[in-house]
Design a protein around this ligand. Structure first.
Ligand SMILES: Cc1cc2nc3c(=O)[nH]c(=O)nc-3n(C[C@H](O)[C@H](O)[C@H](O)COP(=O)(O)OP(=O)(O)OC[C@H]3O[C@@H](n4cnc5c(N)ncnc54)[C@H](O)[C@@H]3O)c2cc1C
Length: 375
């Protein structure tokens, strides 16, 4: 029978980053993935690695997460693996007076926890970024905002894990697990696997796991719509977000402009097939063009929708599953691409017997211990 020290369910950014961290610590890890590496949200998301656009409780995590991205990027580049991580700073925009006030308060809070933020008037922002339109009444500037090309990043992360001795079994479904001896017997579509610890990093789809690996509370599915333009000459180099949380934009090094921000589509997560909604597309692009009027003349090359999950309190879960000692979980973060490597590193710290990192303590799955789990 196949044996491993840690069995990881899911080859998204969280699972693969955890594998990489375990390999660094000399532990044997096997990832089982139902489809392909990055088949879930991680290979289909917008790749924003911004600090300042996260919900308030997650800003300290994002502040630290982008430093992990930077270090990972430099480490992997030295061995010829490119995460395609770009950090040229970002503007978070406001249009209405209420948004301007919210943006100013957000700058004050973020400065107080050590995020480098400048609050600018619309005119000050336009002097630095002449591509911004007249509708922009204020902007916060953060030099640490960035973005990735997620397809390149997932390939590089998985490559680094395998180079360090990790194994990824694609097209392998984790069906369930039972405690056995001082570990688990995990049932998969390729046969049983013995593991001392299990890390559930299955994104949206882990809501379907039952028994010892079930999430500790019901998970809501979100279906986010994205669009990209064809490759064009540089229009803007920065990460662009909006205080309303309904706009993210970046122009990737290859020239394509990606527009998103959480507008919702349809589809069925069981089939991994999302359906973009025309209304969302229009709403998203109206905002994009107000922010950067030069985008009005561009075509949309491709649009898609992909799946993400949320816990009932909209906060991530990170830590040991209350019902199953030895089984850990991480996921359901708003900004889960940005936070994935940090959440993974925190979980690995706990799996290795070190104290729970203070920064993730509020997100323990134990906070749902009284809520009956369901899907
Ligand atoms: C359209 C969209 C845009 C987004 N944009 C951004 C952004 O710009 N910036 C940002 O920070 N965040 C963004 N997010 C959120 C982010 O993409 C996710 O939070 C993050 O990728 C989740 O990573 P994960 O590894 O936890 O899960 P996933 O990437 O979903 O990976 C889970 C994997 O587990 C596999 N799996 C599940 N169950 C099983 C099983 N039983 N057996 C085997 N394999 C299994 C799945 O096939 C999947 O590959 C976006 C999300 C979406 C949907």
């Amino acid at each position: 029978m196949q044996e491993t020290d840690v069995l990881i369910i899911g080859a998204g950014v969280t699972g693969v980053s955890a594998g990489l961290e375990l390999a660094r610590r000399g532990r044997k890890a096997l990832i089982v993935e139902r489809r392909e590496v990055g088949a879930g949200a991680s290979g289909n998301n917008a790749g924003s690695c911004a600090v300042q656009n996260k919900p308030v409780p997650l800003v300290p995590l994002a502040r630290d997460a982008v430093e992990i991205w930077k270090a990972l990027h430099e480490e992997l580049l030295r061995e010829g693996l490119d995460l395609d991580y770009t950090r040229l700073g970002g503007f978070r925009l406001a249009e209405s007076p209420q948004e301007v006030e919210a943006l100013r308060k957000s700058a004050e809070y973020q400065q107080s926890i050590g995020v480098p933020i400048e609050h600018l008037s619309g005119d000050e922002a336009r002097r630095r970024a002449p591509y911004l339109g007249p509708a922009i009444a204020a902007a916060n500037w953060c030099p640490n905002d960035g973005y990735c090309d997620v397809l390149h990043a997932m390939k590089a992360l998985a490559g680094a894990f395998v180079r360090r001795g990790g194994q990824i079994w694609t097209h392998t479904d984790a069906i369930g697990a039972d405690p056995k001896g001082d570990g688990f017997l995990v049932v998969t579509s390729r046969g049983p696997i013995c593991a001392r610890q299990v890390f559930v990093a299955g994104g949206t789809w882990m809501r379907d796991l039952t028994g010892p690996l079930a999430p500790p509370a019901p998970v809501t599915v979100r279906i986010n719509v994205l669009t990209v333009t064809p490759r064009v000459a540089t229009v803007f180099p920065h990460m662009i977000t909006h205080i309303s949380h309904k706009l993210t934009m970046k122009q990737l090094p290859v020239g394509t402009i990606m527009v998103g921000g959480g507008w919702q589509g349809g589809g069925d997560y069981h089939t991994y097939k999302g359906e973009p909604s025309f209304a969302s597309l229009v709403g998203n692009w109206q905002m994009a063009v107000r922010a950067i009027p030069a985008l009005a003349h561009l075509d949309v090359l491709r649009t898609w929708a992909a799946f993400d999950g949320r816990m009932p309190d909209e906060q991530p879960i990170v830590g040991e599953l209350p019902q199953t000692p030895g089984a850990f979980v991480a996921g359901y973060a708003s900004g889960g691409w940005t936070l994935g490597p940090l959440l993974a590193r925190c979980v690995v710290t706990m799996m290795c017997g070190d104290a729970t990192p203070e920064i993730i303590a509020p997100f323990s799955p134990r906070r749902f211990a009284q809520t009956p789990a369901s899907t």
